[in-house]
Design a protein around this ligand. Structure first.
Ligand SMILES: N[C@@H](CCC(=O)N[C@@H](CS)C(=O)NCC(=O)O)C(=O)O
Length: 221
């Protein structure tokens, strides 16, 4: 696709699902605009465009796409280089693991927003147990490596970024990663497309948001 196409992301400034698309757009050096909305007071135009009432939306010459996994596919198919595997089975496996990543983002959100220590510990434990599922595909090299970026990378980097910040806010949030997961998280954190995928003051904004919501992890310390 040529870059005459106008690409616009509709975002909430802290949204990890939008961040997936930003990472992919940055890694492909696609020109795009981004508009942040307040999800607590969504503008009328957004309510009209977003059937699920959620971000991200991707506007392609004004046409609407929603759901982060679908948007990732569209960006990958439309702008080179292609990151999804050509092999049908491997591509389907990548999509399945991206769904798994979405379920971990839900757990991360519940951990971050928990208002008491029991829920924090429960969600931290749930996350820790779930991360073990990543060991086999990582050890088989299913998701690529430092020379081969994948959409699974784009989908998981926002999760690791938030888990890392939560641990910095409060060590009781620390999820012990299996070694291969720790290596992957570290590699993703060092990528320029990941570092550039959030606003500069993201850590402070994330913390302030959690404080405003009464999250135990930031008010208990
Ligand atoms: N399954 C969706 C999840 C997106 C999502 O939950 N976005 C949040 C912001 S991070 C949202 O828009 N929440 C508003 C709501 O659910 O009302 C995706 O992958 O795009």
């Amino acid at each position: 696709m040529n870059q005459e196409t106008e690409i616009k992301l509709v975002s909430f400034i802290l949204c990890p699902y939008v961040q997936r698309s930003v990472i992919l757009l940055e890694s492909k050096q696609v020109r795009y605009q981004i508009e942040y909305i307040d999800l607590e007071r969504p503008p009328r135009w957004f309510q009209q465009l977003s059937p699920l009432g959620r971000v991200p939306l991707l506007l392609v010459d004004g046409e609407v796409l929603f759901e982060s996994a679908v948007i990732l596919d569209y960006i990958d198919e439309s702008f080179s280089p292609r990151f999804h595997p050509v092999d049908n089975l491997k591509r389907a496996q990548h999509k399945a693991w991206i769904e798994f990543g979405s379920s971990l983002l839900v757990l991360q959100h519940e951990l971050a927003m928990a208002t008491d220590s029991a829920v924090v510990e429960e969600k931290r434990g749930d996350l820790q147990a779930k991360l073990d599922y990543l060991v086999a595909p990582l050890e088989e090299g299913l998701f690529g490596d430092s020379a081969h970026f994948s959409l699974v990378d784009a989908a998981f980097a926002p999760l690791f970024m938030r888990l890392d910040l939560l641990t910095r806010f409060n060590p009781l949030a620390k999820v012990d990663y299996p070694q291969s997961v720790a290596g992957w998280a570290e590699r993703l954190a060092s990528l320029p497309c990941v570092r550039d995928s959030v606003v500069e003051d993201f850590p402070q904004r994330f913390r302030s948001y959690l404080e405003k919501k009464g999250a135990w992890l930031v008010i208990a310390c």
